[in-house]
Design a protein around this ligand. Structure first.
Ligand code: F6R
Length: 605
């Protein structure tokens, strides 16, 4: 999704800006651009191709400057064409880059047209550019502060003006922005990652902050217009670029990294202890009577899986909601409910807004399960549990999902123990099973050649059904999501018992039906559902635990999973579905790591 980089320095800054964009590329974008102050004028280069193309352009045109801003755009208002690519100019004096969406842009546009401003792009960003320009009278910082008072919606912006050659001004509301501190130079970015190599000292701006960067100084004013001090944090973890190694795509690499990622996420401790979730967790957990889980996409499916664990292990009522739905509906708040937000990035706009909404309704205790320690969500919640998946580059989430499941299982077991629902023996068994997970996952990953054989057939299909029951229904949902997002095959998931209530009508010889078949209490029911499909000529592709006695037959293709893995089985069963989606997408020749229309970190509503 959109990315921002900005810099004020005493050296030519273009290569730093382009490198920053490169680091943000994995998030997905459809155009990019850079602007610098050169010879007292803003000059820019823009491209609707890749950052590499932009780089070529700036080399050919010898675009150079010591003050600059750059952007990767994921289109919201206006098609991905050059005129809509950022930086956007106002009267050739001011340049701006913007992440987010301005909701009242039409009203502001009409007002600015009335003042004689001409609109060249279809973007809401151009409204901000002209608004700041219309308020400018020699002080860019003051003009931006005043302009933000008129903006409704979400934004992170970086602005420069020809009359202030050594200044970049930034502002944020609902979209992340960080300041990177250098020696005699300063930087701005939507993600600290963009500035790796330039600095490791960061100030994370807060909602409503406006900042001014000059060579020697950074000033921050808060939402009330008062000077604000923001902590400077050393973030060493943002190392160099992630290498692909022997893998064809990052998604494949990340699928194979799961044993390591899971082993890094499992707590060292031999007991489930509330303090794993934060200093105040023991008190907070003792006060709660239920959970409200809020998340989007794949993270939502990990929440759905967790509901089964939380209600069966901890016996605590759990509600799971899609963040973008929850934030806009009337709900009945329960201040004793622990609000859990789950997110790989920790920056997903819908989940952040849902968390704020829950807080505004009086929910007292909040917990984030997140993969990025410095993210907005981790900073906004009282408690947090970090997954240690490492950077996930592929847009389709894989290792972030399985590490979230580990975190949520630990949460269920911890609450179960606190509420007297698991014995010491049960606790020791869970710990042992968790520790054995990486080895069990390695044996599932070894199934790749069999899955490749299936994927050839899937690549010729246009539709697929996924079935699961109970704890494995969210896994079927996740398998269908993976297949559709990277192979563009239409896929739906159902709890297997629902088949006869409608979707069975879709079953023909042409319809592959992927079935998740663990040897759990619902196995016999699932076997009946399998027969319902076979009787209609459907082709079943079943991932069956070794002890299920489901074997290859006409219309029934089986890949044998290891022995049943009890409550942790979803963590194993999702992996062949990830591999099936991956290899099917490879056979169809899609852009696996950057599927069309999708972005890695969805920072707009
Ligand atoms: C799908 C996928 C998305 C994300 C969703 C939430 O493979 O990755 O559905 O899960 O956009 O993102 P996070 O977890 O960063 O909040």
């Amino acid at each position: 999704m959109c990315g921002i980089v900005g810099a004020v320095a005493q050296r030519n800054i273009v290569s730093v800006l382009i490198e920053g964009l490169r680091r943000l590329e994995y998030r997905g974008y459809d155009s990019c651009g850079v602007a610098v102050l050169a010879g007292g004028e803003p000059k820019r280069a823009r491209s609707v191709a890749r950052v590499a193309d932009l780089d070529e352009q700036v080399r050919e045109t010898r675009l150079e400057g010591v003050t600059g801003i750059a952007h990767t755009r994921w289109a919201t208002h206006g098609a991905p064409v050059t005129d809509n690519a950022h930086p956007i100019f106002s009267r050739n004096e001011l340049a701006i880059v913007h992440n987010g969406i301005i909701e009242n842009y039409e009203t502001l546009r009409d007002m600015l047209r009335g003042k004689g401003y001409e609109f060249i792009s279809q973007t809401d960003t151009e409204v901000i550019a002209h608004l700041i320009q219309s308020l400018y009278s020699g002080d860019l910082f003051a003009a931006v502060r005043e302009a933000t008072g008129h903006l409704h919606g979400a934004y992170a912006i970086a602005v420069l003006h020809k009359s202030q050659p050594d200044t970049v001004v930034g502002a944020r509301q609902g979209s992340p922005l960080v300041v990177g501190l250098g020696e005699g130079e300063n930087f701005l970015a939507s993600d600290a990652l963009a500035l790796a190599g330039s600095t490791d000292r960061f100030m994370f701006l807060e909602e409503g902050d406006v900042c001014e960067l000059t060579l020697e100084k950074v000033r921050v004013f808060d939402r009330d217009g008062k000077p604000a001090a923001r902590d400077v944090r050393q973030v060493a973890a943002y190392g160099g670029a992630v290498e692909l190694g022997p893998y064809r795509h990052f998604m494949q690499k990340e699928i194979f990294e799961q044993p390591r990622a899971i082993s890094d996420t499992i707590p060292q401790s031999d007991v489930f202890d509330a303090s794993l979730f934060g200093e105040t967790a023991p008190k907070a957990f003792a006060e709660i009577d239920s959970l409200l889980i809020l998340a989007c996409g794949t993270s939502y499916y990990s929440g759905l899986t967790a509901k089964y664990w939380l209600e069966s292990i901890a016996k605590i009522p759990t509600q799971v909601e899609i963040a973008s739905e929850y934030r806009y509906r009337d709900s009945v708040p329960n201040p004793k409910s622990l609000v859990v937000v789950i997110s790989q990035s920790g920056e997903t706009a819908d989940t952040i807004a849902a968390l704020k909404h829950a807080q505004s309704l009086g929910h007292k205790h909040t917990l984030s399960v997140c993969n990025v320690a410095t993210s907005a969500m981790v900073r906004m919640t009282e408690l947090s549990f970090l997954t240690h998946a490492g950077r996930e580059i592929g847009v389709a989430s894989t290792k972030a999902f399985t590490t979230q499941l580990v975190a949520l299982f630990v949460l269920a077991a911890t609450l179960g123990k606190m509420r007297g629902n698991i014995s010491a023996k049960q606790e020791a068994d869970y710990i042992r099973q968790l520790r054995h997970l990486p080895a069990a996952l390695n044996s599932v990953l070894a199934l790749e050649p069999q899955i490749i054989a299936w994927s050839e057939e899937f690549s010729r299909k246009e539709n697929a059904l996924f079935l699961g029951r109970g704890l494995h229904y969210p896994i079927a949902l996740e398998g269908a999501l993976k297949l559709k997002e990277i192979s563009y095959i239409h896929a739906e998931a159902y709890p297997a018992g629902e088949l006869k209530h409608g979707p069975l009508a879709l079953v023909t010889e042409a319809m592959p039906v992927v079935t998740v078949a663990p040897n759990d209490a619902l196995l016999e029911k699932l076997k009946s559902n399998i027969q319902e499909v076979r009787a209609r000529g459907g082709q079943l592709y079943v991932f069956a635990d070794a002890d299920t006695k489901i074997v290859n037959d006409e219309g029934l293709h089986v890949i044998r999973m290891p022995e049943h893995y009890g409550l942790l089985s979803p963590i194993l069963h999702v992996v062949p579905l990830q591999l099936l989606a991956y290899h099917t997408a490879c056979s169809r020749g899609t852009d696996v790591d950057k599927p069309r229309n999708l972005a890695k970190s969805v920072t707009v509503e």
